[in-house]
Design a protein around this ligand. Structure first.
Ligand code: ADP
Ligand code: MG
Length: 172
């Protein structure tokens, strides 16, 4: 990828695509800080999602603002990091975008995603939201600093691929 080496990766994609798994593996491989975007939701959003109610954009702006602030402070302090955020719409990514930020889109086969979501216990995102997530998804466009990975391989293989494609050098 041309230009300055990225110092914050935003691992994006629909729920169940494998964002948290990939992001943690990439962060571990690089020795970068890791943050879970889902943990930055205001309590009101978590309650809505637990009830199976899709969030509105109005619900999302404060959440995206919190993630953007995490990104901004890491860039300002020169501390590289990896953060998860579904970032399904371009307008959401606009809030997070900055020089040094690269989006890593985990684009899994919907059938595989559904299977994994059904198997995942104790998570607040019910399977019923997958269809609306897929309908909402605006995949990153060529003018957006991003790369796309599939979650069909093992997290280890995928994270090695991400690190290599970003020119960050495999540490292991
Ligand atoms: N590459 C992978 N191979 C096999 N299982 C995976 C892989 N990535 C994620 N999973 C599993 O799929 C489920 C959803 O992954 P998760 O990382 O929680 O997705 P997200 O954070 O996008 O919602 C989890 O149970 C996880 O263990
Ligand atoms: Mg997650």
């Amino acid at each position: 990828m041309a230009g300055t080496a990225p110092s914050v990766l935003v691992v994006m994609g629909v729920s169940g695509s494998g964002k948290s798994t990939l992001a943690a593996t990439v962060a571990d491989r690089l020795g970068w800080e890791f943050a879970e975007g889902d943990d930055m939701h205001p309590a009101a959003n978590v309650a809505k999602m637990e009830a199976g109610t899709p969030l509105t954009d109005e619900d999302r702006w404060p959440w995206l603002g919190t993630i953007a602030e995490w990104i901004r402070s890491h860039l300002a302090d020169g501390v590289p990091g990896v953060v998860t955020c579904s970032a399904l719409k371009r307008s959401y990514r606009d809030v997070l975008r900055a020089p040094g930020v690269v989006f890593v889109h985990v684009a899994g086969d919907p059938a595989l995603v559904e299977q994994r979501m059904a198997a995942r216990a104790g998570h607040f995102m019910p399977t019923s939201l997958l269809a609306s997530q897929l309908a909402t998804l605006e995949p990153p466009q060529p003018d957006e600093a991003h790369l796309t990975v599939s979650s069909e391989r093992s997290p280890d293989e995928e994270s090695a691929d991400v690190v290599a494609r970003l020119g960050l050098g495999a540490e292991r």
